[in-house]
Design a protein around this ligand. Structure first.
Ligand code: TXA
Ligand code: MG
Length: 315
């Protein structure tokens, strides 16, 4: 098992020595290494059992560091990052040569984001390099939102987990590219409603196994081991299962025992629901239920990203 603590100096030293450290962000925990050190980055792929065709996001301390990694920064990206960084927005931009091809899986763009977490921001400001960090889970499984989640699955692959508590957003960053028209490749913690006043109407191009722009957006992803059925309340209630657990938005589903029901937000708040979603999937995955019934939430704001994750978990 890994050590869990708040020692930034220790995290810094491990990263300087080319090792992996799990880091907190506002979205989910990341498995970090020196983004400019190919050998260190290779350890990330190994620890996660991640295919090399799936590129990594590079975490920066701000726009100034971003400028050292990409050819140029369009005005629209300057405006967006001024407003939303630090925060759950990843931008795809043409990379400079110093970014190893391993990080981008051979693509000519690199995904950059500045995470909104005091510990990790301080770490980034102290380090002479940016951090490549995918979510700190085995490839294909649900992302971790607490240090304990990381320890349960990758505790033997990483020596230190920087403890930043429970993630505030709970769902991964929104990925935005600019090749032709601004395009969302992954729905995430920053909503279309927040972006569109600046970008204009956004093109949304999600998944799939063949999408060259977000190779990691596989249809089946973020998946627990248990079978999952996703639907509206009516659709879920039309099934009868003896050993089902449920994840619901606001109100319990009638006819299921209390113990196996997780309510994401009793007050019907999508931010709260997003924050608790992955922990709920993990919690039920550990029980003896045979199937997880998950209720779709309103398809607006963060609800889009929540429903996206539920559908991928079920695929
Ligand atoms: O919130 C987040 O983004 C978290 C935290 C740790 O920052 N990170 C995260 O990383 O979710 P990961 O590796 O689990 O997901 C990154 C996604 C993958 O689907 C990958 O395919 C896509 O970003 N991606 C990364 N670089 C890309 C690029 N240059 N072009 C297209 N897609 C890219
Ligand atoms: Mg991931």
């Amino acid at each position: 098992m890994a050590d869990i603590g708040k020692d930034i100096t220790r995290a810094q030293q491990l990263l300087l020595d080319g090792h992996l450290v799990a880091i907190p962000t506002e979205t989910v925990y990341g498995l970090a290494a020196n983004a400019l050190n190919e050998k260190a980055v290779l350890e990330i792929f190994k620890a996660k059992n991640r295919p090399h065709f799936d590129p990594l996001i590079v975490h920066v301390s701000g726009l100034a560091q971003a400028e050292t990694l990409v050819e140029s920064i369009p005005d629209i990206v300057k405006t967006l990052t001024q407003k939303f960084w630090p925060g759950p927005l990843t931008v795809l931009l043409p990379k400079k040569e110093i970014v190893p091809d391993l990080v981008t899986s051979g693509l000519n763009t690199v995904g950059l984001r500045c995470p909104d977490h005091t510990l990790t921001l301080e770490l980034l400001k102290n380090l002479p390099f940016p951090l490549a960090a995918p979510s700190a889970n085995p490839f294909g499984y649900v992302s971790p939102t607490t240090p304990q989640h990381v320890n349960e699955q990758l505790g033997d692959k990483v020596s230190y987990i920087l403890d930043g508590g429970e993630c505030r957003v709970g769902i991964e960053s929104t990925i935005l590219g600019f090749e032709n028209t601004p395009t969302v490749y992954r729905l995430g913690g920053l909503t279309l409603e927040a972006l569109e006043p600046i970008t204009g109407p956004l093109h949304v191009q999600l998944n799939s196994s063949s999408n060259p722009h977000a190779p990691g957006q596989l249809q089946s992803h973020y998946a627990p081991r248990k079978k999952i059925l996703v639907g509206t309340r009516e659709q879920l209630l039309a099934h009868s299962y003896l050993k089902a657990g449920t994840i619901v938005f606001q109100n319990q589903l009638p006819g299921f025992s209390d113990v196996k029901q997780v309510i994401l937000s009793p007050s019907g708040n999508l931010e709260e629901a997003a924050q608790h979603l992955f922990a709920a999937l993990r919690q039920l995955d550990k029980t003896d239920v045979e199937i997880i019934l998950a209720e779709l939430v309103p398809e607006t704001g963060l609800g889009r990203a929540i429903n996206d994750r539920l559908r991928r978990a079920a695929h």
